[in-house]
Design a protein around this ligand. Sequence first.
Ligand SMILES: [Zn+2]
Length: 150
Amino acid sequence: MYEEWLQQQKKKQVNAQIVSFVARFAKANGNDTEWQKVKRDYEDSDIWKSLRAQVLKRAHNQCERCKGSTNSVGPLQVHHNTYERVGGREKMSDLEGLCFPCHKIANEEREQLRSTEREENYQVARLAGTLNWFATRYLKLGEDWNVVDP
Ligand SMILES: [Zn+2]
């Protein structure tokens, strides 16, 4: 009975920590220095250490990309494919156990993807702005929307 209660308390505590990390990551979004700081704190947490251990166990002393054995490629690092669920909500498929060279490549790939997403978001925002401009003008001027201002 007490054991069960203790387990529940522990679970609540972990959930509260996850909520806190997720909120801190969200708040730091766009501020790289702050974001790296939150990431360092997160990497020190038991939540991350447990996820990390699960990935390393899954990798079985073998880089999950090049399949190199840790005997030849050295110790594995745990890579985030996406930061979408960073802070303790990562799916196992968000993480990879990689050797140093594969980790470097994987990081570059992720950053490339992120900058493509940023560029797409910018283009969508720009298009929305243009459409809004036309819509506002049409509502104001009706059929004369395309007449140049006097
Ligand atoms: Zn590798």
